[in-house]
Design a protein around this ligand. Structure first.
Ligand code: G4P
Length: 543
């Protein structure tokens, strides 16, 4: 039993995600953060863990083949009195919806930039998501051990393209072969960089910081004097770090290093511990499940991380991690209370109750049963399809957090199983995958084909792979006549009128919500004008 109060437990949580353009070093950095946090003992373990996972769930083969990460998970570790929950976001752009949902569970993001490349397209997209959700950002400029862009140019890029004040916390002393280390702005402490000895497999320790004036041994020629001079410019040229401005999303502290060489990682971890926000007060509604008779009007409220009732929401469902047991693990991000193993929680939108007897905490090296958890923590709840992405769970069953959006898919395809005897199987399998929230499933009102929607082409490949590996179904995806899907809303009479006229293009989604399948974006515009009382929506909030 914890001796700390609920507020104190919540206050020592740091739940964060890493966002990066593919190849900027997210995986390497994850690994080295876990190493610095004492969660793993040797580099290489994250990959090894990945391999293990893959043997348990073959569908991730595609990850391995393509060298991309398509699954998001969480890793928890305790360091320096704080509990860190690192949410792993998929980097590939086809999985932006999944990433978006994962970021709803994060209180802070680490934006990794490749020092030679700066801001890249995917960095920008992910940044927009963080901005939309007011997630404060710590910047880590990686790969200093390689030739980098001019540091000032990198910071100017952050300022002009992201409209974010960069506040350098450290300043690099050159890069690549001439990398000497970095200096802390304000204190002038110099952190030396020690190169790997030729022929050695071991990464050296970089040693302790020392005053720059005492660090002559680490420099050549006039380098030390040049650095001291540059520092004056830097200290005068950028605003000093202001935590309030960072928390409000106007400023980003900038740190530097090399994930691969384990340089600058302790400093980054300290920045996360010191500055990243603890779980925040969240907006919610007190609301009875939909079918409740004589239910009182919903009431808007705020949920304080220190309040007693266990509340939270599911931001991801991972299915079939173990192909032998069609398990589903719902990733539950806690917003308040103290969760204890065996507790009963209710799903707000269905009123269903479940006893959480085998909750999982994801530690880097292992999964463990969670005995207790607090606001900010993420626990895996095994279930058989009761929990869906976007569900709110609480002890009373009356707390509802704003739903996680579903985005209208950008590609719609028809799916067919080669063996017609397996059509029933296909339906179940498609529903299972849609429940995970990775792809969307539309059942046309007429005809028996299923239409599958996804944000990117790669999702169809992953899906075909999973249908084969996990369900033994050989499927083909074919072009469909549809280009866009829109959820429709409005008065019943108007909806009936519209649906009556467009019956062949009407479908239902996995939650039985009506959807209009348009043949072109022109058609979406056309029906919008013809039926002004019907709304055609690009996003749908679940719950
Ligand atoms: P990602 O998850 O963001 O896609 O990036 P990942 O960590 O997989 O890193 C991409 C490549 O960049 C890897 O090289 C990795 O070793 C390298 N890298 C990451 N951080 C650093 C760094 O600080 N310095 C240098 N020099 N390289 C770094 P790779 O050759 O693609 O893979 P591998 O064969 O090394 O595993």
């Amino acid at each position: 039993m914890s001796k700390l109060t609920l507020e104190q437990e919540a206050g020592r949580r740091r739940t964060f995600a890493i966002i990066a353009h593919p190849d900027a070093g997210k995986t390497t950095l994850t690994e080295h953060i876990l190493l610095a946090g004492g969660a793993i003992r040797a580099a290489g373990a994250v990959r090894a863990r990945g391999e293990n996972r893959r043997t348990r769930s073959d569908w991730m083969k595609i990850e391995k083949e393509r060298g991309i990460s398509v699954s998001a998970s969480v890793m928890t570790f305790e360091h320096d009195g704080k509990m860190f929950n690192l949410l792993d976001t998929p980097g590939h752009e086809d999985f932006s919806e999944d990433t978006y949902r994962t970021l709803t569970a994060a209180d802070c993001a680490i934006m990794v930039l490749d020092a030679a490349k700066g801001i890249e397209p995917q960095t920008l997209k992910l940044f927009e998501v963080c901005r939309l959700r007011d997630i404060p950002i710590i910047t880590f400029i990686n790969k200093l051990d390689r030739e980098a862009q001019d540091p000032m140019a990198l910071l100017d890029d952050i300022a002009s393209r992201l409209q974010l004040d960069p506040a350098p916390i450290w300043w690099p002393a050159e890069s690549g072969n001439r990398l000497r280390g970095m200096v802390e702005i304000g204190t002038g402490r110099f952190q030396p960089y020690v190169r790997k000895a030729a022929g050695s497999d071991e990464d050296p320790e970089h040693g302790d910081p020392l005053p720059l004036a005492d660090a002559a041994a680490h420099f050549e020629g006039g380098e030390q004097a040049d650095l001291a001079e540059a520092l004056e410019l830097v200290e005068g040229g950028y605003k000093p770090f202001d935590r309030e401005a960072f928390l409000e999303g106007h400023m980003t502290p900038v740190l530097w290093g090399s994930a691969l060489r384990h340089f600058g990682i302790e400093q980054l971890l300290k920045a996360i511990g010191d500055w990243a926000p603890a779980p925040k007060v969240m907006k919610a509604r007190k609301e009875a499940p939909p079918e409740t008779r004589n239910a009182p009007e919903p009431v808007e409220l705020t949920v304080d991380p220190g309040s007693a009732e266990v509340t939270g929401f599911v931001f991801k469902v991972q299915a079939n991690m173990d192909p032998n047991h069609r398990d589903r693990i719902a990733m539950f991000r806690m917003a308040s209370g103290q969760f204890r193993r065996g507790m009963k929680l209710k799903v707000q939108n269905t009123g269903k109750q479940l006893s959480v007897n085998a909750p999982i905490m994801f530690f880097a090296s292992d999964r463990e049963l969670a005995e207790d958890a607090f606001a900010g923590d993420v626990i895996g709840i095994p279930n058989h399809g009761v929990l869906r992405v976007g569900d709110s769970l609480s002890e009373s069953g009356l707390i509802r957090f704003a739903g996680l959006p579903n985005f209208a898919p950008e590609i719609l395809q028809r799916v067919r199983v080669k063996d017609p005897l397996k059509a029933k199987h296909l339906k179940k399998a498609l529903e299972g995958l849609a429940e995970e929230g990775v792809t969307q499933l539309f059942r046309p009102e007429l005809g028996s084909d299923f239409i599958v929607g996804a944000v990117g082409q790669l999702q169809f490949e992953v899906m075909a792979d999973r249908l084969g590996e996990e369900y033994g179904l050989d499927v083909v995806f074919e072009p469909s006549p549809y280009a866009e899907a829109r959820w429709i809303g409005g008065d019943k009479a108007d909806l009936d009128d519209f649906a009556g006229k467009y019956r062949p293009q009407m479908a239902r989604d996995i939650d039985d919500q009506p959807v209009f399948l348009a043949k072109s974006s022109w058609e979406t515009g056309y029906v919008g004008e013809r039926f002004p009382k019907v709304s055609f929506m690009k996003t749908k909030e679940r719950g």
